[in-house]
Design a protein around this ligand. Structure first.
Ligand SMILES: Cc1ncc(COP(=O)(O)O)c(C=O)c1O
Length: 385
């Protein structure tokens, strides 16, 4: 085919293929166990699948209203009240989105301008920085360090300038599995008080949290909530990442602007899936037990690799476990991940891929949202290295 004649001026010149696509392709080529990409290898609830089929058969197959079907927004509002004791108006403050990623992009695009800076904690979910850059703004990264990847808010204060438009937080955190606590929220609140800074809080793993930890949501902090977008994903909560359905909540004045962007990015989200989720959410039992379910998998995986030379601090949340390989190799993370997939048939993600600067903590991220059989096979291999 003839090519576009001029030399292309890329808006994201330094961005290659996503690490997840790279590792998944390598996993397929080498017939490896794929613990790289973050999705479950077990099925969605049959009742939820039946509900989607039912709504399709009953003819709910055309465009949904732009902010999402009201029944689902009402169910989310009721659920938010019961879980976080926070009130979001389903009409004006909740929008259903095709996944959390689109909600993140829409929130950034609605507010962030060329002259702005956005503070991002790295390692970071891979969509944040490109979304900031595509809007012409500058990401200011705060580097989180092992072993606990905690935030020193005094240092964050030094990154804030009169150009700071947004701070993006993520808890439970992908890829590190760390979680924010009450003191983190109080410190963040102090930093943004009396500024025009908007907070974008990515809480897609809200229910996947372990041990003594409890999820702290910006919804619970009124002074933060009034300036925050909070983003969630049904994909993570109901093992249905391929359905790409999530939602965003924010006070009315912020949500009004969000919807202006959202309507011209996608207009609306898949109709029958929204109806099915509204049915499903109305039964609180469907939200219970997710933390315990994944904690069992985390413990199973950690126990199974305990005899290996890999080491790791148990993840506090998410379905990712970091493992350190410094007892095994001096290779950098990408080289080690490639070696692991080629020589030992296990795909994992180098944590360095979540940083914009070069780092080498000798850590890989393993997804444990897999059957025990898969986790056991993977652990047996890791123990043999
Ligand atoms: C931290 C984080 N945010 C957002 C997303 C995207 O969620 P969705 O699939 O609903 O777009 C992911 C998916 O891996 C994630 O890990």
């Amino acid at each position: 085919m003839n090519q576009y004649p001029d030399s292309i001026s890329s808006k994201l010149p330094n961005l290659g293929t996503s690490i997840f696509a790279v590792m998944t392709k390598m996993a397929e080529e080498h017939k490896a166990i794929n613990l790289s990409q973050g999705f479950p290898d077990f099925e969605v609830s049959p009742a939820l699948i039946d509900a989607v089929c039912l709504h399709m058969r009953e003819g709910r197959n055309q465009y949904a209203p732009m902010p999402g079907i009201l029944r689902l927004r009402e169910a989310i509002s009721a659920n938010t009240k019961s879980v976080y004791d926070a009130v979001y108006d389903p009409e004006k403050e909740i929008t259903i989105t095709p996944g959390a990623t689109q909600a993140i992009y829409a929130a950034i695009t609605a507010f962030v301008r060329e002259e702005d800076e956005v503070i991002v904690f790295e390692p970071a979910y891979d969509s944040y920085v490109p979304a900031i850059r595509l809007n012409g703004a500058t990401p200011i990264s705060y580097k989180l360090n092992p072993p606990d990847f905690h935030i020193d808010w005094e240092q964050v204060r030094h990154l804030v300038s009169n150009r700071t438009k947004m701070i993006i937080i993520n808890s439970p955190h992908n890829p590190t599995g760390s979680v924010l606590n009450n003191e983190d929220m109080v410190e963040l609140e102090r930093i943004v008080n009396n500024t025009g800074i908007i907070v974008l809080s990515d809480e897609v793993y809200e229910h996947i949290i372990f041990d003594e930890h409890r999820h702290v949501s910006v919804c619970n902090y009124p002074a933060l909530a009034q300036r925050s977008f909070v983003v969630f994903s049904f994909g993570k909560t109901f093992h249905a990442t391929g359905w790409k359905t999530g939602y965003c909540m924010a006070p009315e004045n912020l949500m009004r602007e969000f919807r202006k962007t959202h309507q011209f990015m996608v207009f609306c989200t898949n109709t029958p899936v929204q109806h099915a989720l509204a049915d499903f959410l109305s039964d609180p039992a469907n939200l219970k037990g997710l933390g315990a379910f994944y904690q069992k998998k985390r413990d199973f995986f950690l126990d199974a690799v305990s005899g290996s030379r890999f080491t790791g601090i148990p993840a506090s949340g998410t379905y990712f476990q970091l493992l350190n390989y410094e007892n095994i190799s001096e290779l950098d993370e990408m080289e080690f991940a490639s070696w692991l997939v080629k020589e030992h048939k296990i795909a994992a993600v180098p944590v360095s891929a979540f940083y914009s600067k070069t780092i080498n903590n000798r850590m890989l991220r393993f997804c444990f949202a897999k059957s025990e059989e898969t986790l056991k096979k993977a652990a047996d291999i890791l123990c043999s290295i």
